[in-house]
Design a protein. Structure first.
Lengths: 164, 622
């Protein structure tokens, strides 16, 4: 049995093979792999006797599923109502312009995946951006870009350390 | 942390005994530091403060009894991180890491108040020591949020010591399911998720429906942007939700419950999971709860990031592992819901109200509020008010009290324009209706709705057409695409709004929007589609002049829509610092040292860079 097979088996067992728990299973695959690899979905579908078309329907319906690998970091910008009122639109534009990345996309160097989501529930301190789960509140276009440039600096520093 | 025995509780008496024991462990002289780690404070770094307090407690040794607790959202997020000290209920705001040592030395060990961390009333300049002295808290009445900020959400012992699960014990030992439903009926509780459907009537229909098993669901898919009440309850007091669900399940006759939590709330999932495990260990969930013949268990499902899944039938489709598309409700979900079985779904806040109703009685609950809307409602007061945060108020309070007294009015001396309630499908209520009373029916009359409780305040700088466009775009993207009026209608509405805010609006556009809105309301399948036009309709109703200014005069009165206003430099205010000139990407600004700068309107692309960068606010929008 390959590692992939083992992973799928484990995940299916976790939910007693219940087809109703398809979404949690797919969430677990994504948590392991960072995205939903086509092979994994094919295998999951076969085991559960669910057609691949339905897995694809689920994967494309829900915004949190990804069919392509993500970047080294995960950048989530809240564009909920309050963040929007307080300037999240301009922050988003600045990130798109500066890093040439569209919401939902990953930068060319795979440094980060940029996601714009509707409300992370921290409206009182809007606008909010999350980098790998860490909250940045009261963000401005400049501060957001500084944080993201900090990521690339971190990466370079880490690489230097690795080679030294 | 209070240590608990591993023994399962086998009766109501066991639970009461445990509660007494937990309370007895507390000496009155014991000190307690409560650090708010709710969403707002956590974003400002409060988890680190909690760690520092814990370290300080450890270093102090055993001669002083001190406890540090990490608690859920306290409400006044604007002033976070918030730390409360017992005894004395001293309220410290905007606490930073270096303050920890001082609080510890002065207040905890020395019983002295650290003046600089107290809340200052902006109107009077007076300092407040306890939350009770702060207007923000004074006007509130807390039922669903009663335990928030008080108990440690990761510790079931804390919840039990404060009277938790006593309602469940009372129900199982002395009430029939019908009596429970009657109590909730007497309370007049209506669904807090937005619909406002009488909870008891829903429970009874589900109880009476044929078919088994029956399911109960807690809807924690809080998708409305600008709302985090359910998150605050799930993370700040998860056991209240679980206790409410167990009581509801008993009344309905269900053995399996689900909590459906939004994907964006990983901490809610974590807290609920832990709470469920703790409840199971004590025998409060699982087989034969508290030694009775009643068994019930709860499973948590995470959402996939689709707004429409907050709709009950879409949520159930998602729980079945399908895309979250709503279905028509000719057959109610209480008769045929999840897996075709009778299913009762309530919102987080509704469930959290249930234990209090059982404990204090339906009559007590119904004494609060208005004739048809009983009890309290939690709101997220956000946007352009001074005191942003989480508030719980009795139904019937006026919008003005919420915005001006609790919220402290509009920030930065601006003028109030509107308050948006009810989430993306709600409406905008203007200044002339600020004295309206907040209840389900009153808000609907004003063209908005209660919704789940987002309350977003907008000031004069907010363009109402742009707000309508924002919500329409949001709903257009979140439309599941199943039925045509919603899928195509919203896209057309967005297209029209987009051209209005671009300055290309045509005479007749407003009427076209109204026509599409009517179509949506009359023909869409689910609540998302039926109410999707509310933001557009309510802004047309109250702010028609702004639409006209965009369409006829090609002017944005709030100066938000790019191209519909200009930037100019005020020569009086300009200090000729040269910052705007350096930052202008198209070299449209001219000027010299000591010569006020000027924008060349021909060259200007209206990017707003100069306006953002000017340190003297000399760049004006005209």
């Amino acid at each position: 049995m390959t590692n992939e097979d083992k992973l799928i088996e484990q995940i299916i067992d976790r939910y007693d093979g219940e087809v109703g728990m398809l979404i949690p299973m797919m969430q677990d695959i994504q948590a392991e792999c960072g995205y939903l690899p086509a092979d994994h979905l094919r295998r999951l579908g076969k085991r559960l006797k669910v057609p691949l078309s339905r897995l694809y329907a689920v994967a494309t319906f829900y915004a949190s599923f990804r069919l392509a690998p993500k970047g080294a970091h995960e950048v989530t910008l809240c564009v909920g109502t309050v963040c929007f009122l307080k300037g999240a639109g301009r922050i988003s534009e600045a990130i798109i312009r500066e890093f040439r990345v569209e919401p939902g996309g990953t930068t060319r160097d795979r440094l980060f995946t940029f996601q714009a989501v509707n409300c992370v529930g921290a409206c009182a301190v809007a606008p909010v951006m999350l980098v790998d789960g860490k909250y940045y509140h009261g963000v401005t276009p400049q501060s957001a870009i500084e944080v993201l440039y900090g990521l690339s600096a971190d990466k370079i520093a880490a690489e230097k350390e690795g080679s030294a | 942390m209070i240590e608990l025995g591993n023994a399962k509780l086998r009766s109501a008496a066991d639970l009461e005994h445990m509660q007494e024991e937990l309370r007895a462990r507390h000496t009155p002289s014991a000190k307690c530091v409560r650090v708010c780690t709710g969403p707002g404070c956590a974003a400002k770094g409060s988890p680190r403060l909690y760690e520092l307090f814990c370290e300080a407690v450890e270093r102090t040794g055993a001669d002083v009894e001190i406890e540090a607790k990490s608690v859920g959202c306290h409400g006044l997020c604007e002033c976070g991180p918030i730390v409360l000290i017992q005894p004395g209920n001293i309220f410290y705001q905007k606490v930073e890491e270096p303050d920890v040592a001082e609080i510890f030395r002065e207040t905890i060990l020395g019983n002295r108040v650290v003046e600089k961390l107290l809340y200052v009333n902006p109107a009077t300049g007076q300092k407040a020591v306890t939350p009770e002295e702060i207007t923000f808290y004074k006007v509130q009445k807390r039922i669903a949020l009663a335990g928030n900020g008080l108990i440690e959400p990761t510790n079931i012992g804390d919840y039990i010591a404060e009277g938790g699960y006593i309602a469940l014990a009372k129900v199982l030992s002395s009430m029939t399911p019908e009596e429970v439903i009657s109590e909730v009926e007497a309370a007049g509780l209506r669904g807090r998720g937005g619909g406002g459907f009488p909870t008891a009537r829903k429970w009874r229909s589900c109880r009476d429906a044929d078919g088994s098993p029956k399911y109960v669901i807690c809807n924690g898919d809080e998708g409305d942007p600008g709302a985090f009440m359910d998150r605050a309850i799930m993370e700040g007091n998860p056991h209240a939700v679980i206790e409410g669900m167990i009581i509801g399940a008993y009344a309905i006759g269900s053995e399996q419950g689900y909590i459906y939590v939004r994907n964006e709330y990983p901490l809610s999932v974590e807290r609920l999971k832990l709470a469920i495990e703790q409840a199971r260990e004590l025998g409060l969930l699982g087989e034969n709860i508290l030694g009775s013949s009643f068994s019930f268990d709860i499973r948590i499902n995470r959402g996939g990031g689709a707004f429409v899944c907050g709709e009950s039938t879409a949520l159930m489709a998602s729980l079945e592992g399908r895309p979250g598309e709503p279905r028509a409700k000719y057959i109610h979900t209480v008769e045929s819901g999840l897996h075709g079985r009778p299913t009762n779904l309530n919102n987080v806040e509704t469930w959290a109200n249930v234990p209090a109703i059982v404990n204090h009685g339906g009559e007590w609950f119904s004494s609060i509020g208005t004739e048809k809307s009983k009890g309290t409602k939690v709101f997220c007061l956000v946007g352009k008010v001074r005191n942003t945060g989480l508030v719980e108020v009795p139904m019937g309070i006026t919008l003005r009290q919420i915005v001006e007294e609790i919220g402290g009015g509009i920030a930065a001396g601006k003028r109030f324009k509107a308050v948006q309630t009810g989430g993306p499908s709600g409406g905008c209520i203007p200044a002339e209706h600020l004295d309206a009373r907040v209840d389900f029916d009153e808000l609907t009359k004003l063209g908005s709705m209660m919704g789940s409780g987002g309350m977003i305040v907008m000031d004069e700088d907010t363009c109402m057409v742009k707000v309508a466009k924002y919500f329409t775009n949001f709903l257009q993207k979140e439309s599941c695409g199943k039925c045509t009026p919603c899928r195509e209608g919203l896209a057309q509405m967005f297209y029209i709004l987009d051209r209005i805010t671009d300055g290309e609006g045509q005479v007749g556009d407003v009427e076209r929007l109204e026509g599409l809105a009517e179509l949506l309301e009359g023909t869409a399948l689910c609540a998302l589609g039926k109410t999707a036009a509310n933001p557009v309709i309510s802004t047309i109703r109250y702010f028609r002049d702004e639409y006209d200014a965009h369409i006829k005069d090609k002017r944005c009165p709030a100066k938000e829509c790019r191209g519909l206003f200009r930037y100019e430099i005020d020569p009086e205010a300009c200090k000729a610092c040269g910052i705007c000139l350096k930052n202008c990407p198209v070299d449209a600004i001219t000027g010299d040292k000591k010569v006020p700068h000027v924008i060349n309107q021909e060259k200007c692309t209206l990017c707003g860079m100069c306006w953002e960068k000017c340190p003297f606010t000399a760049v004006l929008k005209v």
